[in-house]
Design a protein around this ligand. Structure first.
Ligand code: HEM
Length: 253
């Protein structure tokens, strides 16, 4: 990026931050209207919706502020890319997010889309997207290279459900009966379920206990005051032994 573009981007960060809610809600609504397939990966539960696009927009602003020294954001990049990999985010989706984010910035700042300012923001976004795409590529590669590893979603069958009165422990085994990554400590996994009576899926992160005999176990607790998109509630109310769910791989460092 040339110094002029860097200055343009940095000078607009405070205004965008002040209008954070407008930026977020406009961005999120626009993106899900134009690309309804993304409803299968973003959280639609009204208790949580807004949190992740806010986090996304905040991360882009933080990046823009530190654009001359992106290394300060290394920790954030590690965190975001781990989350993205657990949701099977793909490089081509960055164009969709970028387009919607840039339109939202243009709207919030009230500047034409075809302007120097938006061109500068586009460069900044592409720079950040490139860093994340590369970090995620390495993680997908690392996952597939492990024994029993996989990238993206893999079918698992519920092999047992035990009820301890407060929560239920779901045990799952790979539907393809092949090896799974062995874990010796609790690890985050994403579980994707079908929303009953809708052509939609939703993911949710659970903590899987250390694996035993080629199976993972995770605890599911009911969520109060959540919508029909609460994955824990769907699992508890609609899923039985023998049903299939999708899992992304535990990411062991
Ligand atoms: C430069 C571009 C991007 C940035 C800076 C970014 C940043 C973030 C951040 C900060 C989070 C929150 C992490 C957390 O849970 O603490 C997040 C989560 C997420 N991102 Fe991205 N992201 C970008 C691109 C994308 C793309 C291309 C997609 C796919 C369409 C995507 C989908 C998601 C989803 C689904 C979540 C999880 C939301 C949840 O918690 O349910 N992101 N991202």
């Amino acid at each position: 990026m040339n110094p002029q573009h860097i200055e343009l981007v940095k000078s607009t960060v405070p205004v965008l931050r002040e209008n954070g809610v407008a930026l977020t809600s406009y961005f999120y609504q626009r993106m899900l209207n134009n690309n309804p397939e993304l409803k299968n990966i973003f959280n639609l539960d009204s208790q949580n919706s807004g949190r992740q696009p806010r986090a996304l927009a905040a991360a882009v602003l933080a990046y823009a502020e530190n654009i001359e020294n992106p290394s300060v954001l290394a920790k954030a990049i590690e965190h975001i890319s781990t989350k993205h990999v657990s949701l099977n985010i793909q490089p081509e989706q960055y164009a969709i997010v970028g387009d919607n984010l840039l339109h939202s910035i243009s709207e919030v700042l009230n500047v034409p889309f075809e302007s120097d300012l938006i061109a500068a923001w586009k460069e900044a976004y592409l720079q950040l997207a490139d860093i994340l795409i590369n970090a995620e590529k390495q993680k997908y590669h690392h996952l597939t290279a492990q024994t029993g590893g996989w990238a993206g979603w893999r079918g698992f069958e519920i092999s047992a459900i035990s009820d301890n009165g407060i929560s239920k422990i779901f045990t799952v085994k790979a539907s393809d009966a092949q090896a799974i990554i062995t874990t010796s400590t609790p690890q985050k996994i994403s579980v994707k379920v079908k929303i009953p009576q809708q052509e939609l899926e939703q993911p949710h992160q659970f903590i899987a206990l250390p694996s035993t005999d080629g199976e993972y176990q995770f605890e599911v607790k009911a969520e109060e005051n959540h919508t029909e998109y609460s994955v824990p509630n769907i699992l508890l109310q609609h899923y039985q032994i023998g049903d299939q769910v999708l899992l992304s791989a535990p990411q062991i460092k």
